[in-house]
Design a protein around this ligand. Structure first.
Ligand SMILES: C[S@@+](CC[C@H](N)C(=O)[O-])C[C@H]1O[C@@H](n2cnc3c(N)ncnc32)[C@H](O)[C@@H]1O
Length: 256
């Protein structure tokens, strides 16, 4: 009852200097990039772009046009600054929008990418969101997602409760089979998935995602008095439940 700075885990980590706010970090994103087959002609939408780390990377590496959307105004402010700093304003277009009602016509995008967002929602809402992603994808277009997966669904409720307490978000991770069934229930086909232990807060994952000095800076900020409790609470929760939690990266296709 007492401890009360209820900051959502991803906002807290962003405040410490973390730029990748997703369960499988670079490793999972790289797997998604491999499935995507981006070309300079690809029309790409990133949903939940936050500070635009992924959008900027896609634009720089593959030279394609990308729209990044998010609901969080202050994250979008940072996204615009980052886009400008990286000289990709011509390729990356940042807009405020809600994933549940995308302001785009049907069949608009070759690729939609959405990392670390679906897990935040109930299963019904996940399905509604996926229906919206399906709508804006062109026939033959690819959906790339990256979320949290439960390895042992029998212990689900207990683990979900611990995660919710640690990250102050109503997270609703589901099992491998449930994730795959969800995508196929919407009509996606050719579903490929990869999963492995989460890297979000492991020391090795932090170094891979943020570089040595980036990770050092995050640790230094985490040790500040006002951050210590939340940081170690999140760190311990993910560490103690590491056998039960994986990331899952999924590539699925809207049929032609
Ligand atoms: C855990 S962060 C992940 C950010 C980024 N994709 C990454 O992997 O680093 C979740 C993001 O989803 C955004 N978000 C949550 N619900 C959303 C919605 N309905 N529409 C758009 N963005 C949403 C949040 O604002 C936040 O930026």
């Amino acid at each position: 009852m007492t401890n009360t700075k209820k900051v959502a885990g991803h906002k807290f980590l962003a405040g410490l200097g973390k730029t990748r706010l997703r369960p499988g970090g670079k490793q999972a994103t790289e797997w998604l990039f491999k499935q995507a087959g981006f070309t300079p002609q690809s029309q790409v939408l990133e949903i939940a772009c936050n500070m635009a780390t992924t959008s900027i990377e896609i634009a720089k590496r593959f030279g394609c046009h990308i729209i990044g959307i998010d609901v969080d105004k202050s994250a979008l402010e940072k996204a615009r600054q980052n886009t400008h700093k990286n000289n990709v304003d011509q390729l990356v277009d940042i807009q405020q929008a809600n994933a549940s009602k995308l302001p785009f016509a049907d069949n608009s995008f070759d690729i939609v990418i959405n990392e670390a967002m679906l897990t935040m929602y109930t299963d019904n809402t996940k399905a509604n969101l996926l229906t919206e992603y399906f709508r804006v994808l062109k026939p033959g277009g690819k959906l790339l997602t990256h979320d949290i997966m439960l390895t042992n669904p029998e212990q689900a409720q207990e683990i979900i409760e611990r995660i919710r307490q640690a990250i102050n978000v109503n997270a609703q991770p589901i099992s491998y089979d449930s994730w795959l069934n969800l995508f196929s229930s919407i009509g996606f086909t050719d579903i490929k998935a990869a999963h492995a232990p989460m890297t979000l807060m492991s020391p090795k994952g932090l170094i891979i995602d943020e570089g040595f000095f980036g990770a050092l800076n995050i640790f230094r900020n985490a040790l500040r008095k006002q951050n210590r409790t939340q940081f170690f609470n999140m760190f311990r929760t993910f560490r103690q439940n590491r056998q039960q939690l994986n990331y899952i990266a999924v590539c699925s296709i809207k049929p032609k």
